[in-house]
Design a protein around this ligand. Sequence first.
Ligand code: LLP
Length: 429
Amino acid sequence: RHCFSKGEDGFLYCDGVRVQDVMEGVERSPFYLYSKDQITRNVEAYKEALQGLRSVVGYAIKANNNLKILEHLRGLGCGAVLVSGNELRLALAAGFDPKRCIFNGNGKMLEDLVLAAEKEVFVNVDSEFDLENIVTAARVVGKRVPVLLRINPDVDPQVHPYVATGNKTSKFGIRNEKLQWFLDAVKTHSSEINLVGVHCHLGSTITKTKQNRLITKVDIFRDAAVLMVNFIDQIRAQGFQLEYLNIGGGLGIDYHHTGAVLPTPMDLINTVRELVLSRDLTLIIEPGRSLIANTCCLVNKVTGVKTNGTKNFIVIDGSMAELIRPSLYGAYQHIDLVSPPAADAHVATFDVVGPVCESADFLGKDRELPTPAKGTGLVVHDAGAYCMSMASTYNLKLRPPEYWVDNGSVVKIRHGEKMEDFTRFFDGL
Ligand code: LLP
């Protein structure tokens, strides 16, 4: 059961609400439309998978930072994974328990570490200088900071190089040959830092090999967990009381809508369950995409259709400013019309493009679609993760409003950005 589906009348629905009706009722286009229930179901899938384990589901806020969504996720029992002081502030505003928050990143700022130390969130140690800053932050606030060492496991996740993070020349984490240096440093600074666990993150969108073959076994999570548990054994042998294994995020979703069987949270957790139990650990996971991506569409309107040479274009009002993943990573996101085509609509192959002044501005390439009339609704699916949170105001396209379907009603969960929000930056200068 998925929140977005075609009805018998040929219209697209979100949890029983016709997307066409939503379009007609809201103030502007494009806009993001979420299913609150789908978010709940996605969290439940993780909770069910984690039964029998001590665990923290740390939602990666970078994937989507809508405050209403964060409050909902917090209400469902999630913790939060943060990569900046502002994400930490937002997590606190959303009511997340700081003791279920993890502060990550290769370039954490000292002032943000001070806030993290003050609030007693877990901090991942990423480098020598990061450790130094954490020690300084601990001294500033006079509290001992609970830390995890982010170890770079050198496992190839076989994903787009921009989102692979756990290979040996990545900018993230520490290499295992430096482990002893870090353990000694932790011992030296035992009044400032308390080593409580280890962390790794392999990369994002883990579903496929480079050859586009499906990995169905989430083997690489197990490979990484085996390595990490070895590190835990070594570290414990030196007298540290480690409790946490953090295996990061990364589970992919079915962006292609092929109906292929993809790894589920249950598959992922089952590959590491025995290891976690055998060492009496608390498992931390950091999902972003797999919690939020499939809960949302970007809803656009067709501005017009044109042909240049052999290329057909559908021009819509949405663009790379609202949704940059296709332009930035060549990512595929499924595209659909929200209403049934006219009986005589000619089916053709189109590039779906926005109005932004550059050729990178596309949402989809070579999509077979019925030729839409002006004003037809067109959705880009799976737009819940890394879409709104990566939106820009390029070409002065203001950030779109967001709505969710909650119990059959459409509720605004974020205002669209307005011209006065933009001009305010120049007030009084
Ligand atoms: N933990 C760490 C340390 C991470 O770096 C990330 C994502 C996550 C967790 C969450 O990963 P997820 O479960 O969402 O795959 N903008 C790109 C994705 C960048 C991911 C960055 N790190 C995209 O649009 O595909």
